[in-house]
Write a protein that binds this ligand. Structure first.
Ligand SMILES: Nc1ncnc2c1ncn2[C@@H]1O[C@H](COP(=O)(O)OP(=O)(O)OP(=O)(O)O)[C@@H](O)[C@H]1O
Length: 667
């Protein structure tokens, strides 16, 4: 808003008589404005004004007659023209009449209707003439002199010309009309500053909007053009303000809104290669449109906002629990994994994490997300092995309303889209059905997903981290995993080593996890891991890796929370809660003699499979054949346990496969 103390800077511009009148009246207003009298006309005056306006030193000018009319056309600030009232004219005529009866009235542009009416009413014949420019006035004065006119009544320039031509002259402007013009000029500056203050305020608000806004006046000329609109139309505001909107963007006219005074909302248009949503709103004053506003939004932005609203709850629910610091292990292999993960977190390339079950692949994926610039956005994890094919498809890609019977109203946003701007973690990617592999490949190649039943692909910005416990290269060789997808996923690669290959980590990880578990289970200071137990842990092979270690430690922690004294009782109790630790002569389990030695490589796989099987059987036995308990102890699901036993051709186990609900011996 205009500061209260602001003093308007005004020039009074006239020639001879008018300037004398200004000089007479200006002192009256000296306390309200800074005035300066300029004795110039037309082009010279316009050039001087333009200079001053450029420097920001002038707010308005006051002038009269043809000069005022000229300046109005040629300068960018308010020009207040001294107005001649009918009363002024009659006064001047009365003065002239005292000198001679041969009078002529010369006015700029128009003959005053009051004078005509007065002359008619009193049957007076006073010839009245008009002029538009200085040349007309000079020629007219010569003619009047030749016609014998003795007194000319007119504005300053006309009066000067008449005197120079040897006639008498009476100045037309009265003191009150000059006074009125000076007061109007002060008021015009004041209003203009208030308006400028308001415009600045509105522009400051508009500058912060994401939506493009243009405001036009009644004639369709642009008054405001915000930065968002500059970006959308790629036009700088400085070059468009004051121009006609219609000439800049003819495809989005505002004329109809200005004429009808009715708004048009949410119309879709294509402008400069973008799809935009446009609102056109008239600015009404007393029911009449005095301007209009057009707002424009990139349809993609609305789409994204809509999607993010729809997905917010889901994305939040995903949550991220781990950072890279939570990935325990100080062996060289684990240090290397953490260092690589830290580096990979900084880029957007797809990462493939390979490692046995329970080695911390998800911990690693979450840690990378947390260490990446995407950390404020969602981390969405999908277990590709956990869904039947069709369900996985709709979970991943979402679907449109009515895509299939049973489809939810309003459709459903897929997990890929939910991860927009964040990270999508595809766990067990090796188990992804072939039909979905090709769709995932498309997401990776084109960075867009296509909801089931929709023709439109939705652009997504996600970083993909995939993980598998399976040997993907081998699956490619067997033809069950697409080679092109494998290459796309395996851009950056991380291998998490199993715990048995880094035995030096076992104690350290176990101690840290033991503390963590105790803190979770009960308040108070955690007790250290008993040494006798730590030694036993170090001797074990950990087929279920850290997940299995965590399970064993949790059982021990529960046991110790119940109160145990003495090494003996601890060893005995540990034997009862974690019999698997005592079941095998670890670490170097002897190669079962039933494994025949063939080629070296094959023998190795057979050996590891056989030792795994022997171990599973031992744990199963230690748990009295209760598969669910044994699976939990091994850190694998009952289904996996069943599968392994079946693969080893154990028909006795395969017969009573556990149900998905984890039935069997669970209870
Ligand atoms: N290096 C580690 N440091 C600390 N905790 C770990 C580590 N590795 C695994 N864990 C713990 O083990 C459990 C299993 O980890 P995670 O789910 O990340 O394994 P995974 O390799 O993804 O297993 P799966 O292949 O079965 O999905 C988690 O509870 C995690 O806290």
């Amino acid at each position: 808003m205009a500061p209260v103390s602001y003093r308007p800077r005004i020039w009074a511009i006239g020639i001879s008589r008018l300037n004398r009148a200004f000089a007479e009246w200006l002192p009256v207003y000296a306390d309200q404005a800074d005035f300066r009298i300029l004795d110039k006309g037309f082009e010279a005056a316009a050039a001087a004004i333009a200079r001053e306006v450029r420097e920001g030193r002038l707010d308005a000018v006051v002038s009269g007659g043809a000069n005022g009319a000229y300046l109005r056309q040629h300068v960018d600030i308010p020009v207040i023209v001294v107005k001649v009232t009918g009363f002024d004219v009659l006064n001047a005529l009365a003065t002239a009449r005292q000198r001679s009866s041969r009078i002529a009235l010369v006015t700029h542009a128009e003959v005053y209707p009051e004078v005509e009416a007065f002359c008619r009413a009193f049957a007076l014949a006073i010839p009245a003439y008009t002029y538009r420019a200085e040349e007309d006035a000079t020629a007219l004065i010569q003619t009047l002199r030749q016609e014998g006119v003795e007194v000319v009544v007119g504005p300053g320039m006309v009066a000067d010309l008449a005197e120079r031509a040897g006639m008498a002259a009476v100045f037309l402007y009265s003191g009150s009309s000059v006074q009125g013009a000076l007061e109007d000029a002060i008021e015009a500056v004041r209003l203009r500053r208030i308006e400028a203050g308001r415009r600045e305020y509105v522009n400051a608000i508009l500058a912060h909007l994401e939506e493009g806004v243009v405001a036009v006046d009644e004639s369709g000329r642009i008054q405001s053009f915000n930065p968002a609109m500059e970006r959308l139309l790629d036009m700088p505001a400085a070059s468009v303000v004051g121009r006609r909107w219609q000439s800049l963007v003819p495809s989005l006219p505002l004329e109809s809104v200005l004429e009808s005074g009715t708004r048009e909302l949410a119309a879709i248009h294509h402008v400069r290669g973008k799809t935009v949503v446009v609102n056109r709103i008239p600015l009404l004053s007393d029911g009449r449109a005095t301007g209009a506003v057009l707002t424009m939004q990139d349809a993609n932005a609305i789409h994204r906002a809509d999607r993010s609203l729809r997905t917010r709850t889901r994305a939040r629910a995903a949550g991220v629990r781990y950072t890279l610091d939570d990935l325990l292990g100080e062996s060289p292999a684990m240090r290397e994994v953490r260092a690589l993960a830290q580096r990979y977190a900084q880029v957007d390339s797809t990462v493939l994490i390979q490692g046995e079950s329970g080695t911390g692949k998800e911990v690693l994926a979450q840690g990378m997300h947390q260490a990446s610039p995407r950390h404020p956005f969602p981390f969405v994890a999908v277990n590709c092995a956990a869904f039947p094919e069709t369900l996985l498809e709709s979970e991943l890609f979402g679907y449109e309303e009515g895509a299939f019977s049973g489809a939810r109203r309003g459709g459903k946003v897929g997990l890929i889209e939910s991860a927009h701007n964040g990270t999508l973690f595809l766990d067990e990617v090796g188990d992804m059905p072939p039909a979905l592999q090709i769709r995932l490949l498309r997401v990776l190649q084109e960075r867009q997903g296509q909801p089931v039943g929709s023709l439109d692909a939705v652009p997504v910005n996600v970083r993909i981290i995939a993980a598998t416990h399976r040997d993907l290269a081998e699956l490619v060789r067997q033809g069950v995993f697409r080679q092109d997808l494998y290459f796309r996923l395996n851009i950056l690669s991380l291998r998490v080593p199993p715990l048995r290959t880094r035995r030096e980590d076992i104690r350290l990880v176990a101690e840290a996890l033991f503390r963590r578990i105790q803190r979770r289970l009960q308040p108070g200071d955690p007790v250290p891991l008993p040494d006798i137990l730590a030694q036993q842990l170090e001797c074990y092979d950990w087929p279920g890796n850290i997940r299995e270690l965590e399970n064993v430690l949790e059982r021990v922690a529960v046991l110790m929370a119940g109160g145990l004294e003495g090494v003996e009782s601890l060893a005995q109790a540990a034997r009862s809660v974690a019999p698997e630790l005592f079941a095998l002569p670890a670490p170097a389990a002897p190669i079962p003699t039933s494994v025949p030695v063939l080629h070296a490589a094959e023998a190795l796989t057979r050996v590891s499979r056989a030792s795994e099987l022997a171990h599973i059987r031992a744990v199963l036995a230690a748990h009295g054949g209760r598969r669910n308990e044994a699976a939990r102890a091994l850190g694998i699901s009952p289904t996996t346990l069943w599968r392994r036993l079946k693969a080893a051709d154990a028909p006795d186990q395969a017969r009573d496969r556990p149900t998905d609900a984890g039935g069997g011996d669970m209870q």
